[in-house]
Ligand binder design. Sequence first.
Ligand SMILES: NC(=O)c1ccc[n+]([C@@H]2O[C@H](COP(=O)([O-])OP(=O)(O)OC[C@H]3O[C@@H](n4cnc5c(N)ncnc54)[C@H](OP(=O)(O)O)[C@@H]3O)[C@@H](O)[C@H]2O)c1
Length: 277
Amino acid sequence: MIHLTIQNKKIPVLGFGTWQLKGKECLAGVEKALEVGYRHIDTAQIYENEAEVGAAIKASGVKREDIFLTTKVWITELKDGPLQKSVEVSLKKLKVDHVDLLLIHWPVNEVPFAEQLRALQSVQAAGKTALIGVSNYTVAQMKEVVEKIGAKIVTNQVEYHPYLSQKPILDYLKAHGLFLTAYSPLARGRVNDDLVLKKIALKYNKTPGQITLRWLVMQKGVVAIPKAASEKHIRENFEIFDFMLNAEEMNAITALARPDGRIVNPDNIAPVWDKTG
Ligand SMILES: NC(=O)c1ccc[n+]([C@@H]2O[C@H](COP(=O)([O-])OP(=O)(O)OC[C@H]3O[C@@H](n4cnc5c(N)ncnc54)[C@H](OP(=O)(O)O)[C@@H]3O)[C@@H](O)[C@H]2O)c1
């Protein structure tokens, strides 16, 4: 496993996503992921699986300090006060005394960003999260958080895969020494039918998904969190550290980006996204 280090914390560049994993499937999936070797788990209040994620961590026998655990505060809990209370509920469900990273799940304008970040920082000051960050923020919104409010966030978790360029956000994060967490890194499975990825995959005896994940984590300051339910996919997504893509292959995958590549764009929640070309 490769790690990146930020604010003295080591973060595995490959994590395990848990959206849509519920109940027994979540329990089994997270346990299997930990058995296979994943040490970075991504959940959220809205996924309604924090209890199962916590139970799987306990059942796995892996030491808590060896796992990098992220959860996200939902959009209805962003006021100073309710935010902290919602984190208490999350910690109880997760059966831990702190998470490693706490994110604001989507940018919401109804509560001033300064208030949301103040609440997030108070959770951090209380030792209930090691790091803080945001998700689905545009460059303008990150500027407000980082430059105007001065919050020491570490990441923006956004959709990122070969069909969606995130250049403006990547450039901003890099310039500020922060990292990008790539969600839907497999474009929800769409990469599997891609001819360019298939060709590269053939050369390395890998799958298009493995090539995609390798392409993501070979980029400086990028972390990927694929979700998988089956043991086959959980293992496959982890087996990406025994080969390297060359510059030509990296560029060929980057060139797959297209204007209509975005998948996650929920009505009434999504911001006006940065133009990515
Ligand atoms: N911050 C946010 O707003 C946000 C939004 C979306 C997602 N996320 C996070 O990011 C994680 C990943 O994103 P995602 O779940 O949207 O999409 P994803 O990881 O790109 O794709 C998951 C889909 O790909 C399939 N898959 C996984 N591994 C595969 C493989 N090796 N071969 C073929 N198919 C494979 C899965 O099938 P099976 O499950 O059947 O294996 C599932 O249908 C989420 O679970 C969540 O933790 C965050």
